[in-house]
Structures are given as C-alpha cells and as structure tokens.
Design a protein around this ligand. Structure first.
Ligand SMILES: [Zn+2]
Ligand SMILES: [Zn+2]
Ligand SMILES: [Zn+2]
Length: 767
C-alpha cells in the first residue's frame, strides 16, 4: 500500500474534474479524497503502486474535455488505511481559485442520450452535464451555483436531484442540469408573438424553413435569425427586412461532412469547427456550393459553424442536408436581441415565427468568429465559447485593474495577478443598448471574479464612451486612472498574448486611433515595450474629408490621396459627381472638417476606390476586404513605388521615418486609367504593403538593433497581407509575432491596455 498527495494545477474547477477523479479512483479501487483548492485541485489516494501509476497516467493523458492541466506533481505520504474515495468540500474559496467557464457545445454523451428513444431525455433540447452546456450566458452572480443562474426558477425533480448529488454521476453539480419534467420548454409563436399550439415545434419550424420562411431562434447568448441558406429568395427577404445590404451572413451546417460539401476544410479548420467553443470559422467556399449568392456576396469565403446547442442538433438533424443562414437577431447593426420581450418587439416584421424557450439569457454573447492563417488560429471576434477564459499576462498586475477597451468591437478586461479575464464582444458602444451592456457586464465580471479594480485604464480618445466611463468611475471611486495610446495598446496586446517582455518593433495598421498629436493614426511603426514607446515611422498623413463620412465613402479618401500626390486621373474623376468632387477638394484646401490621418485602413479604401472597386461601403472595412479577395487569386507580378524619408517631428524634434505613399498612388491611378484589372491592382498593392513593412522594419532594426516584430491592428485580419508579411519578415531574419488568441482589431485593445497598466502601475509602486 502506498499513499500519494497529488497537486493538479490549471483550469480544473467547474469543468467536471472532481467527478472524473472520483470515477477513476473507483475504477482503480483507490481510497482517499479530491478537493478544490486555490489554483487547482488536491487529490490524496492510496492503493497499490501499479494502480496509482495508472491513475496518474489517466489523469494527465485523458482529462475531461474542458480541463486544461498546467502541472501535476505528487509526493508520497504515510498510508492512512482509506478504503473509500470521497469528494470533499472546497477549502475556503479564495479569489484566485475562481474560474467561470465559457459556454460549451453539447457533448457526445448528452447527444447520445438525446437521440436514444429509451432515455428519459429523449429529444429534450435543454439537456447538459458537467462537461457541456450554458455557462457565462446564464450566470447572474457569484459563486457559480444554480441559485445564481437563470436556472434558479426551475426546481429539480427527484431524478435530476439524485444525479446532481451523486459524485459518480456525470451530472454531479452540473448547475444548469434539466430534464423534460423539471426543465425549460420550447415555445413557438407566429411573427406577432401569438402562441402556436403544437406537440412538435421542430417539425413546424422545418416545414416553415423549407417554404422559405424566416425564423427567430433563441440560442445561448441571444436570438438568431434563420432561413434556408440555399434559398436565394429567402436570403434576399432576410437582407431587406434586416436592412443589411452586403455584410456576410454566417451559416450553420449539420456536421463536418455538410461543411465539407460547401467549403474546403483543412485539418486545423476541422478542429476549430468541432471544438467545444464552436466558433464561426471562415472557410474557402467550394465552386458550385449549394449556397445562395446573397449569403456572402462576392466573398470567396463563407463563415460556417456547426450546431452547438441540443436544439440546434434537433433542428439540423430534422432538416437534413440544408445549411441554415444563422445571423444575429437584430436590425442592421444594433446589438443582438437576447430578452424575449425585446426580441419579439424588435424582430417583429423580420421573423415569420419565433422558436423560443423559458430559460432566460443573462449575458448577451455573440458567436465568435475565427479563421486559420498559416495553420494557426486568427481570432476575429472572441466571444461565445471563449470568454471569459483568462489569458496569462507577461507581468502581474500589482493591483486589480480594469481595462475598458475601445469604442467599436468593444471588449473590457479585468486583471488580477497574472490573469486577464477578457469579456465577450460588446459591439459598437455608439448604441446605447451596447453601452448599457458594457456597464452591466463589467459589474457582473467584478462579482464573478471577485475583482474590485483599483486602477482603470482607457484609450486616449476623449470621445470614446469607454474613456468617459473610466474617468467618471475613477473620479467617483478615487482609483488610479491611466491611459494608453491606441496603437501602443494594439502592439501590447500582441506582445501580451506571446508573453513578450523585451522591446519590439510594433507594426500597427488599422482604421483609426487617436494619436498623441491629436491627429488620427493608423499606419504606425512603434518601438518600445509596455511602459513606453516611440513612434519611429508612419505612413504619410493625408486629409480625411468629412471625418467618419470618409470611412463610409472611400472615394473621399481617393480624392484626398490624389490631391496629395498631385495626380488627377480622368478615369477616376469621371466616376464622381463633379459637384461632390469639387466640394471635397474645397474641404481639403480649407481643412474644414478634415482631420489628418496616417491610417493604413484608409489607404486600402483609397486604393479600392481608385481601382474602381467601390466608391461607397455598406459596412466598415468592406472595400479593404474586397481588395484582399481580388488579390488572393492573382499571381504576384510587381509592386508599386514608395519612398522612405527621414523627417524631424514632434516636441522636442526627433528623427522619424515617413513612408511616402504618393508614388504608389500615382502608379495605382495610372494602372486604373490604363485599364489594368482591379485584381492586378489589388495584388500589386498588397505586395507593396509587404515591401513597405519590410523596408521600414529593416531601417528601424538598423538604428535600434531590435529583431522582434509584432503585427497588430485591424488591417492584419487580412489573411493575405498577414501571411506574406510574416513570411517576408522571417526571411529577412526577424522574429515575427501575430495574433492568435485575441483579435488584431479593436476587440483586442483591452488586453493591451491591461498589459500596459500592469507595467505602469508596477513602475509607480516600485518608485
Ligand atoms: Zn454533456
Ligand atoms: Zn428533472
Ligand atoms: Zn484600432
């Protein structure tokens, strides 16, 4: 007989780890106990040494699907004669041990039950277990137990209760557990909210969808609007009713095979599609795929996800081969509806019927969106299934910190010690609803993780809602207030996810961010670390006529760049109304409502307009995305010209490298005027951007000896640019880091702000 005390560290709480250990101990006939403790679990077991070894191997090699074991260690102890194995109650919960799981796709065991006619949960769409089900979206407070979830209104029946209390059962302490006797129920209404009586709502929905109807479906984190993805008329109707012109819709495919019938799916993409997070994955569309053109007009990719709730499985199973459009339940760009009353009123006139249920959603949570670039994940929106899983910070927060993020694609982050708890996607905070969710969810996270921030960090932009919130809160509570420059925060977020602490060259290309000189930055080469940075190089500034209006109308940026480059291609001017053209020229001359910008995103817009792609966009980044699509299928043949020029800038004046893009603009204009295809222009432009980055980084390396480059900012959602930039810089001997965990766009800002604040706060406390 031997006794061992085994310490397991990592994400092992609230993920079914203790029942798993209990099951293993019973299998190997070991006595002892398991209990949660700060940072992990403690197991003490005794039995014969061979069984103990097998027990240890099984823990490390086949842990429950949601567990992430960081370390296991053990030591021998004198045997105590334990014959029974028991689950002991936790040590006093310390804040550092609190872990709240993201929502998890229904597991295989539950699915087997759901499709088993002999099971008491046969065809029951709300079953779950310790390994799966709703988590973040149903939590109302701490600690995570049933009374603090939206399941509190459902009293467990005796059968569910006995499973819940049985340490050997796979529903032991599964907080949202339910069955047809005691749990939530489906409800069906027509488009006006009138209840439709039926014993078989799934068949009703399947018939309606086959007839081209549009449905609203209550999911995990909000409502989806759904229709048959192959039905062009239904898709067009959905676009018209939703007031969404061209922004791509996501699709749900029944399974991996169904996804493979419409898209190319590589191995890493298949792993992402079937992962417990079940994100929307951008996949290359197959020619001839049975998908209506209107799902993603002009787009060579489709956003595809697999079913993740039991209800999705029931529905997709009954539908057969049909893929469903599954897009957020909202009108145009409003936040997604998640409360029943609100959904019924806001989606009235869009949905022909509603399939809902009586389990409330507490936290609105959009689907995550991701893609694979060079074999690795590139997160585009980190939300359901990922949040609030912590990211490890490179340096510990000396005190609890709240990072409030940006204004668009907003997220916030709470930091304690080395952990950063990143929120789900909150959307565009210009919408009052989204801002309200931001305030509400910050306070929920503070409760869930028992973090009371003593420091708040915000963007430099004075007009961001988040900046105002940070200032007001700090003033009211007397907490430390820090700010982080937008592109510095982008750079820091990429550094943080790679655990970098050394100084780096930060290439941050995005749409817009507030610069320290009051102009709009967005084509920046920074050098520094978390504590400080220097702006070493940037794109040549041009006017942005009409401010935000220039984002919606890329032709304005084209005019601004042409005027700057003293170029006046007849071909382009013919496409623009003469009065409008004259007005923009006048604005540029007088600088009226024309902020200066170095934005790389706006340069993409200008080139797209010059190439004749489009003069207006119906969603942000559309023109740049279309340039990427066009360029992707064209062979690399040439690059446009640019110049690097040393200038003295700032107070006190320092030498800065200016990337002169005027030659590029003149050559793009000439190409377009000569009738070169937009695809060739797009391809040459991408090559040029890679050349610009490589040239500027080489010059900066010469003067700083720095060899590490991080790539951040929304422009690096562009897979072609990201891939080629990485390859080129690696060939030039740089160590290159790109995003994998958090999005390169403003959704990643909060992590960067947090890393910066952690470093600055430390600087202050150490004097
Ligand atoms: Zn399950
Ligand atoms: Zn029950
Ligand atoms: Zn940005």
């Amino acid at each position: 007989m031997e006794r061992r005390a085994i310490a397991v560290q990592g994400v092992v709480q609230g993920v079914g780890f203790r029942p798993f250990v209990y099951g293993l101990a019973s299998r190997f006939q070991l006595g002892g106990f398991v209990k949660n403790r700060s940072g992990g679990v403690l197991i003490e077991v005794e039995g014969d040494p061979r069984s103990l070894n097998s027990f240890l191997t099984a823990i490390s090699e086949r842990p429950p699907p949601l567990a992430h074991i960081r370390a296991i260690s053990w030591e021998s102890q004198p045997p105590r004669g334990d014959r029974e194995f028991r689950i002991e109650s936790s040590d006093q919960e310390t804040p550092a041990s609190i872990y709240v799981s993201p929502d998890v796709a229904v597991c295989e065991d539950c699915l087997r039950e759901m499709f088993d006619p002999a099971d008491r949960r046969y065809l029951y769409p709300f079953l779950n277990c310790t390994n799966c089900g709703p988590r973040l979206t149903v939590i109302r407070g701490a600690p995570y137990d049933r009374a603090n979830t939206t399941m509190s209104g459902f009293d467990m029946c005796p059968a569910c209760r006995s499973e819940y209390e049985d340490p050997g059962d796979r529903r032991f302490h599964a907080q949202p557990t339910a069955c047809p006797i005691c749990g939530p129920r489906l409800e069906l209404t027509d488009g006006t909210g009138q209840r439709i009586e039926t014993n078989d709502p799934i068949s009703f929905v399947v018939d309606a969808l086959r007839q081209g109807k549009i449905g609203a479906l209550k999911g995990l984190g909000g409502y989806h609007l759904v229709c048959d993805g192959a039905d062009q008329a239904a898709v067009s109707t959905l676009r018209a009713r939703k007031h969404r012109d061209e922004k791509p819709f996501a699709l749900m495919a029944r399974d991996l095979d169904a996804a493979r019938a419409i898209c190319l799916v590589s191995d890493p993409e298949a792993i992402l599609l079937t992962s417990p997070a079940r994100p929307v994955v951008l996949l290359q569309r197959l020619p001839g795929a049975k998908v209506a053109y209107g799902v993603a007009p002009g787009n060579p990719c489709l956003g595809v996800m697999l079913p993740y709730t039991p209800l999705h499985h029931l529905l997709m199973h009954a539908l057969g081969a049909v893929s469903l459009v599954m897009t957020s339940g909202n009108r145009s760009d409003e936040p997604i509806a998640y409360k029943d009353d609100d959904a019924l009123s806001r989606l009235k006139g869009i949905a022909d019927f509603f399939l809902l249920h009586n389990r409330p959603i507490h936290v609105r949570c959009d689907d995550s969106v991701t893609r694979i670039v060079e074999g690795q994940e590139l997160s585009l929106r980190r939300s359901r299934g990922y949040a609030p899983r912590p990211v490890t910070l490179p340096c510990a927060c000396p005190r609890p910190i709240l990072a409030v993020g940006g204004q668009l694609k907003a997220t916030f982050a709470l930091g304690r010690d080395q952990q950063a708890f990143l929120s789900h996607h909150l959307g565009d905070l210009d919408h009052y609803e989204a801002y309200r969710a931001f305030v509400k969810d910050i306070s929920l996270f503070e409760k869930l993780f028992a973090i009371r921030p003593l420091c708040v960090v915000h963007d430099l932009h004075p007009d961001y809602q988040t900046t105002r919130y940070a200032r007001e809160r700090s003033a009211a509570e007397g907490s430390e207030l820090l700010s982080a420059q937008h592109h510095h925060a982008h750079m820091a977020s990429c550094m943080a996810e790679h655990g970098l602490t050394e100084p780096v060259i930060g290439v941050t290309f995005d749409g817009t961010g507030y610069g320290t000189d009051g102009t709009i930055w967005g084509g920046e080469f920074l050098v520094g670390d978390y504590r400080k940075y220097r702006r070493m190089a940037h794109l040549r500034p041009v006017g942005m006529p009409g401010g935000d209006q220039a984002i919606r109308e890329p032709w304005r940026m084209a005019v601004a760049h042409l005027r700057d480059a003293h170029s006046a291609p007849a071909h382009f001017q013919r496409q623009i109304q003469p009065q409008a053209f004259a007005l923009i020229m006048k604005m540029l001359d007088s600088k009226f409502n024309t902020p200066m910008t170095t934005s790389a995103g706006r340069l993409f817009d200008a080139v797209a307009a010059l190439a004749g792609l489009r003069q207006r966009v119906s969603y942000e980044g559309q023109a740049a995305m279309e340039l990427e699509w066009l360029a992707t299928n064209v062979a690399d043949d040439a690059a446009y010209s640019f110049e690097l020029e040393e200038v003295a800038e700032g107070e006190p004046a320092e030498t800065t490298l200016l990337v002169d893009t005027r030659p590029l603009i003149r050559e793009v204009a000439k190409d377009a005027n000569d009738g070169t295809s937009p695809g060739n222009i797009a391809r040459r432009f991408h090559t040029t951007m890679v050349e610009i980055i490589a040239a500027a980084c080489a010059r900066i390396r010469r003067s700083t000896q720095l060899n590490a480059v991080v790539l951040s900012g929304g422009v690096f959602m562009n897979a072609l640019l990201l891939r080629e930039t990485c390859r080129r810089l690696r060939n030039d001997g740089f160590r290159v880091y790109r995003h994998r965990l958090v999005p390169p766009n403003d959704g990643g800002l909060s992590l960067g702000q947090l890393a910066i604040a952690a470093a600055l706060s430390r600087a202050e406390s150490s004097g």
